[in-house]
Design a protein around this ligand. Structure first.
Ligand code: UDP
Ligand code: MG
Length: 336
């Protein structure tokens, strides 16, 4: 086999004090076995990204780093930036020091054992390896239903995402370097990574229940995530408005002719209810369409401001003076 590559595993953590120690020990075990089988370099690290947690998450990360600096690193974000931004902050911080990155949630829902296969696929020449859930036995019916509808709806709306793939994913250094060029604020990594291209494949695993703690994705956040995904990757809703407008115009032309004929045939019966109904219908449709347009305008507003998507407050590592990487580079550029 070729010389083992440096793997950086990026784990976003938001109020994960209940599960973090267990996650760290399981990942460490995995790293030791990968290192002893010569699949990854001894310079590989597990990087926890603290996404502005209000509990003891950062203290635990600091402890892990100081007791085993050659296994654990930590990134502290200045404030809670959301799951997607936390993942990106981690990836952008390590992009110049790793050969391979793998992102995974902190709650042990993703199968750590799938990592071996992901790395094998990487050595076979894949730059992106998607972790795809083969079953959702542990999810409640509601979560399974909403999540699966999410993927189907996304596809229908023109945003192509890998079915049943969340953010458990391997990416090569090359892909990370390209990812750095995507400057959008409304970040939806699942949509961006397929856009980058390069050879990719999927690895299947069973998703478990959360090891401890509670989900940080209530229905409200999930819905806004779906809306964000669609409006960031597709202009199909805008085209649908045009289509709707066209259909309405045809229908009103027909209605107009019908009204005209009725009038001359002496059939007119001035209907108050139909007038009121149509006013409501048209008003509702207009508001709905304006709302969709507003959604896009809001996005343009957020994008043109070009605010930094995350701010790295601290990067704990054992790389010493030879390491010249400005973890805040991505955001500093935008701050100018
Ligand atoms: N997370 C984060 N910032 C947030 C919310 C969540 O970094 O604002 C992390 C969280 O710690 C976890 C991952 O994102 O590692 C996924 O969150 P969660 O497990 O709560 O989502 P679910 O699996 O329920 O969809
Ligand atoms: Mg989870």
């Amino acid at each position: 086999m070729v010389t083992p590559e440096i793997l950086y595993m990026v784990i976003p953590c938001y109020n994960e004090q209940e599960v973090l120690k267990e996650t760290a020990s399981r990942l460490k075990e995995k790293f030791i076995s990968l290192q002893s089988s010569g699949k990854i370099s001894d310079k590989s690290r597990i990087v926890f990204v603290n996404d502005g947690s209000s509990d003891n998450t950062w203290d635990i990360i600091r402890e892990l780093h100081s007791s085993e600096p050659e296994m654990f690193s930590g990134i502290d974000l200045a404030h809670n930036s959301g799951h997607q931004n936390a993942v990106l902050a981690g990836l952008m911080t390590v992009k110049d020091i790793c050969d391979i990155s793998i992102t995974m949630d902190a709650d042990l829902q993703d199968d750590i054992n799938a990592v071996d296969e992901m790395i094998d696929r990487y050595y076979e020449g894949n730059h992106v390896v998607y972790g795809v859930r083969s079953a959702r036995k542990s999810d409640t019916f509601f979560k399974k239903f909403t999540a699966e509808s999410f993927y189907k709806f996304m596809k229908l709306m023109g945003a192509d995402v890998v079915y049943n793939h969340a953010d458990f994913r391997l990416m090569s250094k090359r892909v990370l370097q390209e990812l750095a060029g995507f400057k959008e604020v409304n970040l939806f990594l699942r949509g961006i990574v397929p856009l980058i291209g390069f050879k990719s494949c999927s690895v299947y695993y069973e998703r478990h229940e959360r090891f401890a703690g509670s989900s940080k994705y209530p229905l409200r956040k999930m819905l806004s995530f779906a809306v964000n995904g669609i409006t960031s990757f597709s202009t199909k809703p805008l085209k649908m408005i045009t289509g709707l407008g066209f259909v309405m115009s045809v229908l009103s032309a027909v209605a107009f002719i019908w009204a005209f004929i009725s009038k001359f045939a002496g059939l007119t019966e001035v209907g108050w209810s139909s007038t009121v109904c149509s006013i409501w219908l048209i008003g509702g449709l207009q508001l709905f369409c304006l709302g969709i347009i507003g959604e896009y305008v809001g996005k343009i507003y957020a994008e043109v401001k070009q605010r930094p998507r995350f701010i790295v407050a601290d990067f704990l590592n054992d790389l010493g003076a030879e390491f010249i990487n400005d973890p805040g580079k991505d955001s500093a550029e935008n701050k100018e």
